[in-house]
Write a protein that binds this ligand. Structure first.
Ligand SMILES: Nc1nc2c(ncn2[C@@H]2O[C@H](COP(=O)(O)OP(=O)(O)OP(=O)(O)O)[C@@H](O)[C@H]2O)c(=O)[nH]1
Ligand SMILES: [Mg+2]
Length: 358
C-alpha cells in the first residue's frame, strides 16, 4: 500500500491533488484542518493498494486518436441514450396531431419551439390524446412544481448551492439571503462558504454578510462543517456556497469529503442556466445527483432565448424549481419561483420582472 499526505487551501483542492496523483482508486484515510504558517488549510492522508496503473501509451496518429475515441466513448450510458433516441424516433410518426384539439396542438408546437425534448412531448401528447377536451394546463400542470425559496417554505436549516462553475451560485445565495433578511429582519441567517479555493466568491459572501449583519463562516474541511452543525441552533437558516466541481469529481464524492452527506437537515439546490446543450444537461444530472438534492434554481434567464430546459429537467429529475434569476445585478434580479412565473416564461417568454425576452 502506498500512502501519501497532501495539503492544500481547501479539501476540494487537496482532493484534486489526491485524484491526479493516486487516481480514482485512492482511499482517504484522514481529512482534517491543520495550521500551516499561521493559516488554516486541509490535510488529507490517502492511500492506494499499489502503484497507479501506467497510463496507456499516447495514440497520437490521426487514426489512432479516432480509434481510441470510438472505443472509449461507447459506454453503456451512450448506448442507452441512443436506444432511447431510437424508441422516441419510432414513436414520433405515431404522434398524430389530428387526434388533438387545435388548442392542444398549438401548445405542443409551442413547447417544441421552446426546445422541450421528445420525452416530455411524447408524454404530453399521450396525456392529451387520452382526453381530447383536456385543458392544456391539465396535461402540463403535473409535470412541474415550484417550491419558492423563502423563509418558512423550507423546513431544513442547511441549504447548499451547488452547480457548474459560473452558473450563478454565489450571486443567487447572496440575493436570496438579502431578500429574506429584508422580508424578515429578525431572521438569523448565516452565510457559509466552502468555495475558499476561489477568492472572489468567498470575498463577496463575506462582504455582504458583514454589510447586512449576517453571520459568516468558512468551511475548509469536514471539521469546519461539523463545528457549524454544532452551532446550528443559533441560526434559522444556514446558506452554504459550494464550488463548481471540476474534472470527474461528483457532488456525492464532494459531500462525503466535507461530511455534508451525513447531515439530515440539509437541502441542496442545483443552480443551472437554461441554455446548456442536451448532452451537457445529461452530464450535469449525473455529476450533481444526490439524495439531498431538493430543488433547481434557474439563473441567467435574461440571457436565454428558449426555456424548454426547465420543463425537461423537471420531467427528468422530478425536482421543484425554487428560484428564478434574471439579471446580473443584486437588486430585483431574483424571485422565489411560482408555477405561474414558469409557465409565463415558457409560453410568453416573460421574465418574472415583467419584461419579455426576444
Ligand atoms: N445576466 C445574468 N448574469 C448573472 C445572473 N446570475 C449571475 N450572473 C452573473 O454570472 C456571473 C457568475 O456568477 P457567480 O454567482 O459568481 O457564479 P458561481 O456559480 O458562484 O461561480 P463559481 O463560484 O466561479 O463557480 C457573475 O458575473 C454574475 O453577476 C443572471 O441571472 N443573469
Ligand atoms: Mg461562486
Amino acid at each position: 500500500m502506498r500512502m501519501k499526505t497532501y495539503r492544500a487551501a481547501t479539501s476540494t483542492a487537496a482532493f484534486a491533488k489526491v485524484r491526479s496523483e493516486l487516481g480514482d482508486e485512492a482511499v482517504i484515510l484522514s481529512n482534517k484542518t491543520v495550521t500551516e504558517n499561521g493559516c488554516k488549510c486541509c490535510e488529507i492522508v490517502a492511500a492506494v493498494e499499489s502503484d497507479p496503473q501506467p497510463r496507456r501509451p499516447q495514440r497520437d496518429t490521426r487514426d489512432g486518436v479516432v480509434d481510441a475515441a470510438l472505443r472509449d466513448s461507447v459506454g453503456w450510458q451512450r448506448e442507452w441514450s441512443q436506444i432511447k433516441g431510437q424508441i422516441l424516433a419510432l414513436m414520433k410518426p405515431q404522434m398524430d396531431p389530428t387526434r388533438l384539439s387545435s388548442k392542444q396542438r398549438i401548445a405542443l408546437e409551442y413547447l417544441e419551439r421552446e426546445e422541450v425534448d421528445e420525452r416530455v412531448l411524447t408524454h404530453v401528447y399521450c396525456t392529451m390524446r387520452e382526453t381530447r377536451d383536456l385543458p392544456v394546463m391539465g396535461a402540463l400542470d403535473p409535470l412541474l412544481k415550484a417550491t419558492p425559496f423563502r423563509a418558512g417554505t423550507w423546513t431544513n436549516r442547511f441549504h447548499a448551492f451547488a452547480g457548474p462553475g459560473g452558473a450563478g451560485k454565489t450571486s443567487s445565495l447572496v440575493r436570496l439571503a438579502l431578500r429574506m433578511k429584508k422580508e424578515q429582519p429578525g431572521m438569523r441567517l448565516c452565510l457559509a462558504t466552502a468555495d475558499g479555493g476561489r477568492g472572489k466568491g468567498r470575498l463577496i459572501l463575506k462582504h455582504y454578510a458583514e454589510l447586512s449583519g449576517l453571520a459568516f463562516r468558512e468551511i475548509i474541511t469536514k471539521d469546519d462543517f461539523a463545528l457549524l452543525r454544532d452551532e446550528a441552533r443559533q441560526f434559522d437558516m444556514i446558506l452554504i456556497d459550494l464550488p463548481g466541481l471540476s474534472g470527474r469529481t461528483t457532488l456525492e464524492e464532494w459531500s462525503r469529503l466535507y461530511g455534508l452527506h451525513e447531515c439530515p437537515d440539509l437541502s441542496i439546490h442545483l443552480v443551472l442556466n437554461p441554455y446548456y446543450s442536451k448532452g451537457q444537461f445529461e452530464r450535469f444530472v449525473d455529476k450533481y445527483k444526490s439524495e439531498q438534492l431538493a430543488s433547481v434554481i434557474w439563473t441567467k434567464l435574461d440571457e436565454a432565448c428558449t426555456f424548454g430546459a426547465i420543463l425537461n429537467m423537471a420531467f427528468a429529475g422530478g425536482l421543484p424549481v425554487s428560484a428564478l434569476s434574471y439579471g446580473p445585478g443584486l437588486k430585483n434580479s431574483i424571485s422565489p419561483a411560482t408555477e405561474e412565473m414558469i409557465w409565463r416564461l415558457m409560453f410568453m417568454r416573460r421574465l418574472p420582472d415583467g419584461t419579455t425576452q426576444p
